[in-house]
Design a protein around this ligand. Structure first.
Ligand code: SF4
Length: 332
């Protein structure tokens, strides 16, 4: 067993986990889990105190995608019964942002399906972003597919702070989950966003038939990219997608170990326990907040999720606190 107390101290002091240590975290026995979670909690507490960020997600443009991401109900090969619609009208996005603001969301996230966006869609999105920023100053993140440098610069100029574009898995495993674009395309897209001055939200989905090495390599690749935010999703095998019968191998303990590893490899980043937390963590969901510091409430793009009032009760029961705009102090 790793000396987890010492590991936590060295991570807080700035040392980076080796690949072998990262693999040992994932293969640790359930009997060692509490020591592992305690180490990850110490790191989480050092960098984020007891604060929890709550995010609200809008499915701003749904389905109709040219890509074949096997996990995604919006792909060109998905038969899933989901809503399919073009980019929502500006007034609808504004109303959703107002509701997110009312719910004390730290960030309003808009997901747009598709490989690329037309410039007319970028025009409409920029206008919605400007209006949301002017009216309520809400912090924003968008998931947008592949951007040109000009599109990324225009969105940044409109006030967008952050772009979500997940690596999803390792470079080795990527052809098993998508064949219409490459893992390297995603890395390049993140570079385009960074060059435009946008913050990066990039993480992955576990439970897609990957190995422990794939999870470690994805998280190590993210260390080279340095995202401000890392969402960890747990595959929901949606009926009508190629992964509907996927044996995810996910148990609550396994999910927590992945979150602990993400925390130890990315100590200062926002680690978000994202899609699938309700399905796979089940009764251990509160444990995830000792490792991660960010959650979605009120559902995901095409799947429902924990209602906001339940999430707030969970946060309060844990003795944690909502992170609000501008909070920067770190508890001793
Ligand atoms: S590019 Fe995005 S919307 Fe399209 S299939 Fe992949 S994950 Fe789904």
């Amino acid at each position: 067993m790793l000396d987890y107390a010492r590991l936590a101290q060295s991570v807080i002091a700035g040392a980076a986990l080796t690949r072998d240590q990262a693999l040992a975290v994932l293969t640790s026995s359930d009997a060692d889990a509490l020591a592992l979670f305690d180490a990850a909690w110490r790191v989480r507490h050092h960098f984020h105190g007891k604060r929890v960020q709550v995010q609200v997600l809008s499915n701003a443009k749904s389905g109709l995608c040219s890509e074949d991401c096997h996990y995604c109900s919006q792909s060109c090969i998905s038969q899933a019964e989901i809503a399919r619609h073009p980019l929502k009208a500006r007034d609808i996005l504004l109303a959703e942002a107002r509701e997110a603001h009312r719910l004390q969301a730290r960030r309003f996230c808009m997901g747009l399906s598709g490989r690329v966006l037309k410039d007319t869609e970028i025009d409409a999105l920029c206008e919605a972003i400007r209006r949301i920023k002017a009216e309520m100053g809400l912090t924003l993140c968008c998931s947008l597919g592949f951007l040109t440098p000009q599109q990324a610069q225009r969105l940044r100029a409109a006030g967008l702070e952050r772009v979500n574009h997940n690596l999803n898995t390792s470079e080795r495993h990527y052809p098993s989950i998508c064949t219409t674009h490459a893992w390297a395309d995603r890395v390049r897209n993140l570079e385009v966003c960074r060059e435009a001055g946008l913050e990066i939200c990039s993480g992955g989905i576990v439970g897609q038939g990957e190995t422990d090495e794939d999870i470690v390599d994805m998280l190590l690749a993210l260390r080279r990219i340095g995202p401000e935010s890392i969402p960890i999703n747990f595959l929901i095998p949606v009926a009508g997608t190629p992964f509907e019968r996927m044996e995810t191998g996910l148990t609550p303990q396994r999910c927590l170990k992945v979150l602990a590893l993400a925390r130890l490899l990315h100590p200062a980043a926002d680690i978000r326990v994202a899609g699938g937390r309700e399905v796979h963590l089940r009764t251990l969901q509160p444990m995830a907040l000792f490792l991660a510091n960010s959650i979605f409430v009120n559902g995901y793009l095409t799947e429902s999720g924990q209602p906001q009032d339940e999430a707030l009760r969970m946060i309060a029961d844990l003795g944690f606190e909502l992170e609000v705009e501008g909070a920067a102090s770190i508890e001793a």
